[in-house]
Design a protein around this ligand. Structure first.
Ligand SMILES: Nc1ncnc2c1ncn2[C@@H]1O[C@H](COP(=O)(O)OP(=O)(O)OP(=O)(O)O)[C@@H](O)[C@H]1O
Ligand SMILES: [Mg+2]
Length: 814
């Protein structure tokens, strides 16, 4: 092996409109950091085509005498979480810290190729033109969401240094010994190997290449042609050098014509093929206004010595699978490496590039990016598709950017797909960021989280029902909306949730409510007069008076009889006459667990309404963010009678920095239900879907209801359907659509959070046993995890053991 001095081919950087890197052979370049705009697994074929058009445009803008190099660097990095004072957040960070992931950075280098003369002469006009062209390209990139950032001098130096050290992973790095052999380059203890994509010995114009390829998941999911780059095993860095040089078109066309002539003059099958190829290219150029270009595509792998062969084999077979046979010429390793240095494409040898059309050349460009953290003050962490925490703002940023108009959410997924777990994960982070939470649940899915936050857990019971006095309001509160609410409430009590109030009844009740308050103010009664009881008494005589005067039909008998149950002496006397527990205003985290009445036709909807009203009152009084989460209980109020009220709630919530979240598994209840569609779904700009496989047969109805186009549907079917489980804990995925577009995230948490969120009965019981024994939540969980890890058992076996031990202790005589 001969050690080579690594000489740098540049004479300097000078800053004009952009920082310009000057090559010793007089080429000059601007380097622009960009972000690939196509989100991996976004299922959006159009996005790949858009990318294609942008580059096609860029090449046309630049024209002959330019080289475009796209350099995508996929560096292996280790995730580092931010330390947190909150116990569960810290556990979350610890669970992910150290996890390896690939980070993609992309540089686009635009080089003006200067014809070599013996003496370098500065051509001002040409240079100005170069700057103008770069500006145009930056504009195009900006408009098409590539987030271009032209590098400044320091950044260029740093990039070149990193490239030569070939280290894009570590913050601090050093220049190690650099030596090149025929097979590879050694940098320190790593081997760096170039694999050039197209064998120029077998020039072929790829005839069937597309801007993307399809992954078969039972349906076609568009992915990058080079999607396998992420998966190359053992590598610490992968750089994909994509170089397109634009030569003088007339010259190249003339050469091609001459070549054609030569082939036609010698009849032989191979020649016929070559002629056909050339003809095809000529047609493309004539018809689509394409250019003839030279392309060079080289993948540089860096890995420890022992694994470089494995990585190379993996890459070669991946390339082969879509018909590309990498170059067998491994002997020019140093040349290939040097030719990848931004601004140094001048060094590319003629045998490393092949002639093709712009379209074919662009197809081979890498187009994808990964999810990025959203810059915001309010960040909720999920996992990206490779299992790395990524922060998104589910609440404020999308409102500011007008991606959505409200914060309300609709969560749908079959039983057991992880809706409650997902909500637990999200609410935990909401609660940490100054949000008041009210939850209505029917299955104890939030007891762990409530306990962790020291929240209020209110379980409905006959003895101690949830109470409120909806009639007790101050004068300013008596408005159109309050009257609507009271009207719905009376209607509900009288007719039941599924019933209907006719027009006469509606207007009679409405006038009675107004009259009740007018009378109250006129008589200057004391506030405590206001209650269901006094309203009932007042209404009976008022209705009689109205119906007599107007001679209208009104079933006063049934009204009187049915509503009597809610009077003080009646069966449900406490519910609407006792004041609400005012301490509920101060509690930051409240769970109403109403499982006990979920079959009750009156109490279930009534209680749900009471809770919603508690929330609304709280909203008006508190300045911070608030969230109301309703699990299956929403069904109780999704009736035409309540439609107006639900709309009112949704509208009010938006005005007071709040959000309403409805969580459901019931497909039949939502499809074809006008109330759900018009009040809940139409007012929820965020749709969260868990695994929809079970709903597959009905999916077109769901798609219709939730306005999911084909691209979004394809994304949704990737939920839990990718091969991305290696090296990760147990997790499930969720699709979150904010406004028109959605993304899929992983809901992946630490073991400590898992134990807090789980809804598996046995697991909850075992955790509860620890919670009884230890003074604090934290201590109990620490001990649980410690014992569990020491046991060496699977979680299921361990929880069984804990529960069994406990029962034995209880049931066996001491
Ligand atoms: N993201 C996740 N990571 C790990 N385990 C999960 C995850 N989501 C769900 N699970 C497991 O699946 C179980 C069921 O999840 P969950 O209770 O959230 O389902 P659900 O959709 O709310 O069901 P239901 O409609 O019956 O309420 C959880 O107890 C947990 O064990
Ligand atoms: Mg649930």
């Amino acid at each position: 092996m001969k050690a080579k001095e690594f000489s740098r081919p540049f004479i300097g950087i000078k800053t004009y409109a952009y920082a310009v890197l000057f090559h010793e052979k007089s080429d000059h370049s601007v380097i622009i950091k960009i972000t690939n705009p196509v989100l991996q697994y976004s299922a959006d074929v159009a996005a790949y085509q858009d990318f294609h058009h942008v580059f096609s445009n860029i090449i046309k803008i630049l024209g002959a005498g330019y080289t475009v190099q796209k350099l995508d660097i996929l560096a292996l990095k280790k995730f580092r979480g931010k330390a947190s004072a909150d116990y569960l957040s810290q556990k979350y960070n610890e669970a992910f810290t150290g996890r390896e992931y690939r980070d993609i950075t992309t540089y686009l280098t635009i080089t003006r190729n200067v014809k070599r003369t013996t003496f370098f002469t500065y051509d001002e006009k040409d240079f100005k033109n170069f700057e103008r062209n770069v500006a145009k390209v930056v504009d195009v990139l900006q408009n098409r969401n590539f987030q271009p950032v032209p590098l400044k001098e320091k950044e260029i130096i740093s990039l070149l240094n990193r490239f030569v050290a070939f280290n894009f992973s570590d913050e601090v790095y050093s220049f190690n010994n650099f030596s090149a052999s025929e097979e590879s380059i050694k940098i320190g203890n790593r081997t760096v190997k170039s694999i050039s994509l197209v064998d120029i010995d077998e020039i072929n114009f790829p005839a069937t290449i597309k801007p993307h390829t399809d992954l078969n998941l039972g349906y076609s999911l568009p992915v990058d042609l080079m999607h396998f780059l992420h998966a190359i095993p053992g590598t610490n860095c992968i750089a994909y050098n994509q170089t397109i040089q634009i030569p003088d078109q007339r010259l190249e066309l003339a050469k091609l014509a001459a070549k054609r002539k030569k082939h036609t003059s010698m009849p032989d099958p191979a020649n016929d093929l070559a002629v056909a190829d050339i003809d095809r290219v000529m047609t493309d150029i004539a018809r689509d206004n394409q250019l003839l270009v030279f392309g060079h595509y080289n993948i540089i792998l860096s890995a420890p010595d022992q694994v470089i062969d494995r990585a190379t084999n993996y890459l070669e077979s991946s390339l082969f699978s879509f018909g590309i046979i990498p170059s067998k010429q491994a002997t020019n390793q140093l040349e290939l490496f040097r030719a990848a240095i931004p601004g140094n494409q001048e060094e590319l040898k003629h045998y490393d590039k092949f002639q093709t059309t712009t379209d074919a050349a662009i197809c081979l460009l890498f187009k994808e990016s990964l999810l990025q953290d959203e810059a915001s003050e309010f960040q909720i962490l999920f996992s990206d598709r490779q299992g790395i925490p990524v922060a998104i703002d589910t609440s404020d940023l999308p409102i500011h950017t007008q991606r959505m108009n409200n914060r309300n959410k609709f969560v749908l997924g079959p039983s057991g797909t992880g809706k409650s777990f997902f909500m637990n994960h999200m609410i935990r982070q909401y609660a940490l960021q100054d949000t008041d939470i009210i939850l209505v649940d029917t299955g104890h899915s939030y007891s762990g989280l409530c306990q962790y936050y020291g929240g209020r857990y209110i379980t409905y019971s006959e003895e101690k029902p949830i109470t409120m006095n909806p009639f007790r309001i101050v004068r300013e509160e008596f408005n159109e909306e309050k009257r609507e609410f009271l009207k719905s409430l009376i209607g509900l009590l009288w007719k039941g949730a599924a019933g209907a109030v006719n027009q006469i009844e509606d207007s009679v009740i409405s006038s009675v409510i107004s009259a009740y308050y007018e009378d109250f103010y006129a008589q200057q009664r004391e506030a405590r007069y206001l209650s269901f009881q006094s309203f009932y008494d007042f209404s009976i005589s008022k209705i009689a008076e109205i119906t007599e005067k107007e001679t209208i039909e009104f079933d006063l008998k049934s009204y009187r009889f049915i509503l009597k149950k809610f009077c003080l002496a009646g069966e449900y006397g406490a519910i609407l006459n006792n004041e609400m527990d005012s301490s509920l205003f101060d509690d930051r985290f409240i769970v109403f667990e109403i499982d006990a009445i979920k079959e009750h036709k009156i109490l279930f909807p009534l209680t749900t309404i009471i809770i919603m009203d508690v929330f609304l009152q709280k909203m008006r009084h508190k300045k911070n963010r608030k969230a109301l989460i309703i699990e299956e209980a929403w069904k109780a109020i999704a009736s035409p009678l309540m439609a107006g009220y639900i709309l009112y709630v949704y509208k009010t919530v938006r005005k007071f920095w709040g959000e309403a979240v409805v969580v459901t598994q019931e497909l039949d209840d939502i499809i074809g239900n006008a109330v759900v569609k018009n009040s809940i779904i139409n007012n929820s700009d965020t749709i969260c879907l868990l695994d929809q496989t079970k709903f597959k047969d009905n999916f077109s109805e769901i798609a219709n209801l939730l306005a999911l186009n084909e691209v979004e549907q394809n994304k949704i079917f990737t939920i839990n359907n990718l091969d991305n489980h290696e090296g990760r804990g147990r997790f499930k995925e969720v699709y979150i659509k904010r406004g028109a577009r959605g993304e899929v995230y992983g809901v992946e948490v630490s073991l400590h959070e898992y134990l807090t969120f789980t809804t598996e009965r046995k697991e909850k019981e075992a955790v509860a046993l620890y919670l009884q024994q230890y003074p604090s939540y934290q201590e109990a969980l620490d001990r649980f995890v410690q014992d569990f890890r020491q046991s060496g058992l699977k979680l299921n076996d361990f929880t069984n053991l804990i529960n069994r031990q406990y029962h034995e202790k209880v049931f066996l005589p001491a």
